[in-house]
Write a protein that binds this ligand. Sequence first.
Ligand code: SF4
Ligand code: SF4
Length: 404
Amino acid sequence: MYRPIPQPRPPHAAPALAWSVLGATPGELTYGLGRGAVPEVCVGDAVVAGQVLARSAAFTVRSALAGTVATLTPSAVQVTPASTAVWPPSAQTPTPEATAFADFPAFLAEIGLRGMGGALFPAALKVRASRGVRTVVINAAECEPGLSIDRTLLLHERDLVLGGARAVARAVGAERVVLALRRDADLETQVRALYDVELLRLGNRYPAGAERLILRALTGSLPPAGVLPFQVGVVLHNVASLWAIGRALRDGVPAIERPLTLRVGAGGVHRDLIVPVGLRIGTLLQQEGVALSPTEGVVCGGLMMGTAATVETPITLGTTAVLVVPRQQLRPPARSCIRCGACCDACPLGLHPVALVRELSNPRPSAAARAQLAECFLCGCCSAVCPAYLPLAEDLRRATSTQR
Ligand code: SF4
Ligand code: SF4
């Protein structure tokens, strides 16, 4: 019910994407509403593929498949797919170019695009704030270990990725498009043969792809704390977000598909797939012939920035990967801090993560702590090295939603 993308081929090979048929029982699709989205459907309503389920000023939430609204809560809508539901979505009537570019942020809100690098920040808000920037960055750094979907999209969906990047450049008035890549000679050779844009080579170690580190590589200095990319003349979009924009412009299909990497263990299944948003992870694994053993767990996203998931967790626009890992690789219960300082040493920005988390737990954290939080790009390096297994980055991620 999702389409496998072939693994990288030699340069110039045409992408040959095979769409598989819809599974017999895809189960309920679940859509998180996100902040401020108001439902536009009621329980029992029949919906078609791509129909708006909920809407906020900055984005829509749309059903990936035709079906019936099964449940509605303040935070989510569930749709039971019709037995006749078809996947993948075929090309619709694209929005006329003149309409799409008349108010491009409104077009992005209408297609329901939120940051597919994992942050889920509404693309409409980002692009609206970025009017007049000089540079559009295609963020294909993908520095999380084991992930390959950005690379695969770059190599096999060039026209859509480039179409999306050029559309953003046109909308914001940027004259420069830069492709940010981690250092990889083989990938660079293939990309050079496909893309006529400037390349920005980053390190090949995590977290080289963090937005602030890309800005440092681009401008020569780390932007001051709290300064956003558009304030230094740059707008960055993950390669999957640009792919989704390209698809909406060319084929008229809104953001209801999620390209992701599926990996099982170290040497098992490794596929790059395009999956309907809302699908349960359990269904995805079943469709791919992956049986989860009691000694294995699931992580959504990469091992550094990802979060533990279950078979019931739905795929969202921000799900870059589904990883099946041995349970011992999942984070054990947290213990008390032993004041070893390892989190401070690991932070690429020189922050003091444990002190920051402590300060942010106060009802009124200091201005300095809020400024440090604005700097933190939630890379997860601090959590990864903590011998007490404290979920520092998760705590910081939670704090961003209340303090920023
Ligand atoms: S997540 Fe941790 S290591 Fe990464 S930038 Fe934030 S405080 Fe530093
Ligand atoms: S790495 Fe963990 S145990 Fe060590 S100081 Fe930081 S929070 Fe405490």
